[in-house]
Design a protein around this ligand. Structure first.
Ligand SMILES: [Cu+2]
Length: 322
């Protein structure tokens, strides 16, 4: 018996346990049942249970090496911080074989994000697929440390994309960097990118990124990955990989080639996120990175009263303002 089949059987066992606990919650009280509605067909015997995963709260992408029967299989044990080295990996499908058929998303069959776990050293690259289902690309880690790799892809025949993640080390002396403070601007190679909009947990948040070169708004951005920009958002602390959708595409008659690039981002929780914008201008793709805080007042916004009350006082009535 091969490993994926064993794993899926194990998954069925977990699903049955999960269904059982849902049933217990249902008996315990109506409130918990409303929070976690039971599966459409309650378990009744196990062998007839459907293999569909329970619809719990949606888990962000990139946190798992395997999901929905697909598995990210590294064929390289480590990255090198000394020189570019060939990274090889496969995506194994539900049948345990390397997937060879993909549906392009954002112009590519697979997007590979490589970033150190402290959110530095971001790279967004596009490996080459061999006929055997092995992806490969030469990668150099900018410095030693533990790296997170995200494969963002859509297998042919699957409805919707999938992001799987795996860690690979780059040997050497790891000097972790603190997360930069939240900021509204980022600079790269003479470009200044300004971030407008706020991340609000649990909703689709509109973000507008404005690109200027030497202070002049860039109105001739070039299409890159079927958009004028590509935005990746990673949650600080666990590197959850969040879906970000560009608003408009080049040539749709309403989307200008800059200076504004509009995205809709959904973040699942309050906290810090690192945003990486890839944009292309004058034939070169560059990356601007921001730290953004979800669910908190924006750093550059002024004196909006902060609702946190540091010193809870005994409740004996208001004394009026003085
Ligand atoms: Cu890509």
């Amino acid at each position: 018996m091969n490993t994926p089949l064993k794993l899926s059987l194990y998954g069925l066992g977990l699903a049955a346990v999960f269904a059982a606990s849902l049933g217990a919650g249902h008996l315990a009280g109506p409130g918990s049942a409303a929070d976690n509605p039971p599966p459409a067909s309650p378990a009744h015997g196990g062998h007839t249970a459907t293999p569909a995963a329970p619809q719990a709260a949606e888990v962000p992408g990139g946190l798992q090496i395997a999901q929905d029967g697909y598995r990210l299989q590294p064929l390289t044990a480590a990255l090198s911080a000394q020189s570019p080295a060939t990274l090889r990996f496969s995506v194994l499908g539900p049948d345990g074989k390397a997937v060879t058929g993909y549906t392009p998303t954002h112009d590519k069959d697979l997007h590979l994000i490589v970033v150190r776990r402290d959110l530095t050293g971001f790279q967004h690259v596009h490996p080459t697929l061999g006929p055997d289902g092995v992806w490969q690309i030469d990668v150099k880690a900018p410095a030693a440390g533990q790296y997170r790799l995200f494969a963002d892809f859509q297998p042919a025949g699957r409805n919707g994309p999938l992001t799987l993640g795996v860690d690979l080390p780059a040997a050497g002396d790891y000097q972790p960097q603190p997360l930069p403070a939240a900021a509204r601007t980022a600079t790269i190679d003479g470009y200044t990118v300004t971030l407008d909009g706020d991340l609000v947990p649990g909703t689709s948040s509109k973000l507008t990124l404005t690109v200027a070169k030497d202070g002049v708004p860039a109105t001739d951005l070039q299409p890159y990955l079927a958009a004028y920009g590509h935005l990746v958002a990673l949650r600080d602390g666990d590197l959850a990989y969040l879906h970000v959708h560009p608003d408009g595409t080049p040539g749709d008659g309403r989307t200008a080639p800059g200076p504004h690039i509009v995205f809709h981002a959904e973040v699942p929780s309050a906290g810090a996120y690192r945003l990486f914008l890839d944009f292309q201008h004058a034939g070169v793709v560059r990356t601007a990175a921001f730290t953004a805080l979800a669910g908190q007042p924006a750093a550059s916004d002024s004196p909006a009263p902060v609702p946190s009350a540091p010193a809870p006082r005994p409740s004996h009535g208001h004394e009026g303002g003085h």
